[in-house]
Design a protein around this ligand. Structure first.
Ligand SMILES: [Zn+2]
Length: 501
């Protein structure tokens, strides 16, 4: 019996299904066992038709295919090809390989997506060879530079892309194959830096965005419509650091659970609007597997939360866990899974329900009452304001002029500051834990005096002021934050920046 490994889609980690085959001298028949879902059970007919179309022959015996581990549900059509190969090669016990692909009735092999998961699963399971549909090779190549961020027990599997069941048979049995592919770092990673956008930005926004991107601080931009909140967020996306390869790979694996054919862009920028629900943000776990939500998909990247005050209450509340813990818990009945969800938050919002306050020209006059406006802003309190480092009310820098900063120059300032912060503290201040902050306060008693001098509203506020001050000082090329940096950082606290009345 050969060892044929197929995908086990919907498991949180990339895992394999082992396709076991046994034949008996009884009336020819074909049975699949091992918690096969509907698509997997239907594979029987596709396998029969594809084998016949390719002029191949199934053993003329009673066949039982077992999909191990037998207690885990199997879904999807990616097991078609592994099952067909296990049957056709039932008398070649020395073979050991992994495969994924859907069979068409004419014997061609169709792509099922999730190529990166299949590759990592095959590697971790120690398969020396992965056979996959030709259409999936491109998505694997696009992640080539990330694949070294994980490791299996041996060298990475060789990859053979096939178009038909017959080609897959040759790939499984031949030891040399001209078209095999092995991952290498030579493939350039797709980057979100190349995204088009504005060429320069006003000085106030430039300072704020540089701080957010260099220190990886959570950001909340408030203000009436037409003050450039969207432009600022788009610019932040361009400045935000690329995730390191292991995080990017982790993001890609999670992304493939929900979107089998992710687009080429690596690293996650997820945009969520006012219509989102807590379920779509958090995701869900069912008996069939896990379906990650936007929080897990944004892991290692940036979550753009548009119109945050308009979000439903439970959706806003669901931000609490990822912002605090960097994880998200998917649970339903007895099933509970924790996924990584450490992202930077870039949120936007108006200051009143009509979106015109406090500006009264150009975009109309605000018709909301004081109580209405206060009620509106109270929606941001609690889980959000407590955890956001930079809160800024956009005043609308409408035209370019002196002092405007070219984005390319801003990007190089940010990257220089980020390198200095990484060299000095190993982690950007945005990612400092409470323990790390206490450490810094003990190591730098002067920082504590300066931070306390800004009269923070709470201990958490003091910590945020400190982190932002360190980032601002580094951006200015200084080792030590000055009183001015602390004062500037304190101006980004919500109790200072959000207008009252
Ligand atoms: Zn209004």
């Amino acid at each position: 019996m050969p060892i044929v490994l197929g995908p086990l889609h919907h498991a949180p980690e990339p895992e394999v299904t082992c396709v076991e085959v046994a034949t008996f001298l009884q009336i020819p028949g074909f049975q699949i066992v091992g918690l096969a879902g509907r698509e997997v059970a239907e594979a029987r007919e596709r396998v029969r038709a594809a084998v016949a179309a390719m002029d191949l022959e199934l053993p003329r015996r009673k066949i039982i295919l077992n999909l191990a581990p037998a207690h885990v549900p199997k879904r999807g059509t990616g097991l078609d090809l592994p099952m067909a190969l296990a049957l056709l090669l039932a008398d070649r016990p020395e073979l050991r390989f992994a495969a994924t692909g859907e069979l068409s009735l004419n014997g061609s092999v169709r792509s099922v997506g999730r190529a990166v998961r299949s590759f990592i699963a095959a590697w971790r399971a120690g398969a020396g060879l992965l056979i996959l549909p030709e259409g999936d090779l491109a998505s694997l190549q696009a992640c080539s530079s990330l694949l070294g961020a994980t490791a299996g027990p041996g060298p990475a599997p060789r990859v053979r892309a096939v178009r038909t069941l017959r080609e897959a048979m040759s790939a499984a049995t031949e030891t040399h194959w001209p078209g095999q592919w092995v991952p290498g770092p030579e493939m350039a990673a797709a980057s979100w830096r190349g995204m088009p956008g504005v060429a320069s930005i006003g000085p106030a926004a430039a300072r704020l965005l540089a701080a957010a991107a260099a220190g990886q601080h959570h950001l909340l931009l408030l203000g009436p419509r037409g003050t450039g909140k969207s432009v600022a967020v788009e610019t932040l996306i361009r400045l935000w650091p690329e995730p390191d390869p292991s995080r990017a790979l982790c993001a890609r694996l999670i992304q493939e659970l929900r979107e089998p054919y992710p687009n080429g862009a690596q690293g996650a920028v997820r945009k969520v609007g006012a219509q989102c629900t807590a379920a779509s943000l958090v995701g869900r776990a069912t008996g069939d597997g896990i379906f990650p939500g936007e929080f897990a998909l944004a892991n290692g990247g940036l979550l753009v939360a548009d119109e945050l005050p308009e979000w439903k209450r439970d959706a806003r509340e669901s931000l609490r866990e990822p912002l605090q813990e960097g994880t998200v818990t998917l649970s339903r009945a007895a099933i509970s899974r924790v996924l990584p969800a450490a992202f930077g938050l870039a949120a936007t919002g108006n200051l009143c329900p009509c979106g015109a306050w406090p500006r009264s020209s150009g975009i109309g006059v605000c018709c909301c009452g004081l109580a209405e406006r206060q009620r509106y802003l109270r929606r941001l309190s609690g889980p959000i304001l407590d955890r956001v480092d930079l809160v800024h009310v956009m005043a609308g820098e409408v035209s370019s002029g002196p002092g405007w900063v070219p984005i390319a120059e801003l990007a190089s300032r940010v990257s220089e500051a980020r390198s200095k912060l990484t060299a000095r503290f190993a982690l950007p201040p945005g990612a400092w834990t409470e323990a790390r902050i206490s450490e810094q306060l003990i190591a730098h008693p002067r920082w504590r005096v300066l931070a306390e001098g800004t009269q923070p509203a709470s201990l958490r506020s003091l910590a945020k002021t400190l982190r932002v001050a360190v980032t601002l000082a580094t951006l200015d090329g200084r080792e030590e934050p000055t009183r001015g940096h602390f004062t500037e950082a304190a101006c980004y606290r919500p109790e200072r920046s959000i207008p009252r009345g």
